[in-house]
Design a protein around this ligand. Structure first.
Ligand SMILES: [Zn+2]
Length: 442
């Protein structure tokens, strides 16, 4: 008889699995071997040997959250940019990506990624400048990444002055940087590089066509900002006579490898087009609401589009974000109904995200055989008591700060709420210094 061997087992846990066949298990055991979930049951199998057993009484274990659209470097404008305009890259008077050195980018990326990890994101889809430096810094934390270099052929320096001028030189330099990033990380088990066509207004039609051809040839996923602002919609309409969604379709980008961030300004025809193409909607409710807008998310959901969640430039707390997704949809719907319940937003934060990054077969739910990306919350707290309906409680009153442990691929990256690979105080102090120098030079 073969004796089951596990690296770590959690016993007496409440499991919120995100697996529709068995969404909740109480007083259960989940065990991990070789980076994978090897066992889920009420107790451990007979004669099992575990290197470590964690008594998870009073704890709730969920899949790791999949946060598909972040810009860790933009932690540099925290506390200011949210009150100025709709997106930092278009807003004058604040530090810009183009001013950040690779070393500063490394420090800021570590801050943003660490924050997301400590709040339970096991994958972030980070996109911005200096992606070679930031990907390295984020990978050091041990988390799963779908990084991308911000690619556009507009001269961003002139956009804040109201001029959209396209340069083949800018486009090709950035596209090459994006492809070099993909080459460099090709064989890394936790990193899957995407191409980031920044937005339809900041990429010319020809350039978008080129990105589409490369995406299809190399099977690389593409992320973009779609219908993010009225400025984008007006610029694109004036330039092409089409909506941004129509342009994406006409250049060959609208397919199931595309992740569309925001989707605020999309019309009924765009919604049908998006859903039919299998493109993924990246819902960013907190960031959108902060700038006074919301995506027509119910219509996108009704059309059958896969929906993932992302924190974008807001702080990386996916627990709080699930609440924003639920509450803003209810405000739009004018009440509580069966279409918007905690399990819907939990799905978006886990399996929906996993599907968007093309990894639903590997991550996004607690199922044997999947990677051991999981988050343990300590529910022995006043705001998380009673445990009548743990998912409802997590979505309505939980916080990223309630995360006690985070594992990615079976490795413990957060324990007792603190990172295991880096010194949190050092990460914050370094980032504080970088931000002060960037703000001093605005
Ligand atoms: Zn964004």
């Amino acid at each position: 008889m073969q004796i089951p061997q596990f690296d770590i087992a959690f016993t007496h846990a409440t499991l919120l699995t995100a697996n529709a066949a068995q969404p909740e298990l109480r007083d259960a055991t989940i065990a991990i071997a070789d980076g994978r979930i090897a066992w889920i049951g009420q107790t451990l199998p007979e004669h099992a040997q575990c290197k470590r057993v964690v008594d998870a009484s009073g704890k709730v274990i969920t899949p790791g959250f999949v946060n598909v659209h972040t810009h860790s470097i933009l932690t540099m404008v925290r506390g200011v940019a949210a009150d100025l305009g709709f997106a930092p890259s278009y807003t004058p008077g604040i530090p810009k990506g183009t001013q950040v050195t690779p070393e500063q980018a490394r420090v800021l990326a570590r801050l943003g990624a660490l924050e997301a990890l400590m709040f339970g994101s096991t994958l972030i889809g980070d996109n911005f400048v200096c992606a070679d430096a930031t990907t390295e810094a984020m990978a050091e934390l041990g988390m799963r990444l779908t990084p991308s270099w911000r690619i556009h052929d507009v001269d961003f320096g002139k956009v804040t002055e109201g001029r959209w001028e396209y340069s083949a030189d800018i486009g090709h330099t950035l596209l090459q940087a994006g492809l070099d990033l993909a080459d460099r990380w090709q064989s890394h088990p936790l990193v899957d590089v995407q191409l980031a066509a920044h937005a339809v207004d900041t990429c010319s039609d020809d350039f978008l066509r080129e990105i589409a051809a490369i995406s299809s040839e190399r099977g690389l996923r593409v992320n973009t900002h779609l219908g993010q602002s009225k400025v984008e919609v007006e610029r694109v309409l004036a330039r092409t006579g089409k909506s941004s969604t129509e342009v994406l379709d006409s250049v060959g980008l609208l397919n199931d490898r595309l992740l569309c961030g925001h989707c605020i300004y999309v019309g009924d025809e765009d919604i049908v087009r998006l859903a039919n193409a299998g493109a993924h909607v990246v819902h960013i409710p907190k960031c959108n609401a902060t700038s006074g807008r919301l995506a027509p998310i119910h219509r996108l959901k009704q059309a059958g589009a896969n929906i993932a969640l992302a924190t974008d430039t807001q702080h990386g707390d996916m627990v709080e974000l699930m609440r924003w997704a639920l509450m803003t949809a209810r405000v739009q719907q004018g009440g509580v109904n069966d279409d918007w319940q905690p399990h819907h937003v939990f799905h978006m934060a886990t399996l929906g995200g996993a599907a968007a990054v093309g990894q639903a077969d590997r991550i996004g739910s607690l199922e044997t055989g999947k990677a051991a990306d999981l988050v343990m919350f300590d529910f022995r707290k006043p705001h998380l008591t009673p445990h009548t309906n743990p998912l409802g409680t997590l979505v309505h009153t939980g916080q990223g700060r309630d995360v006690e442990m985070v594992l990615v691929n079976g490795e413990i990256l957060v324990e007792n709420g603190m990172p295991t690979r880096v010194d949190m105080g050092e990460v914050c102090a370094e980032a504080e210094q970088v931000c002060q120098s960037l703000w001093n030079n605005v």
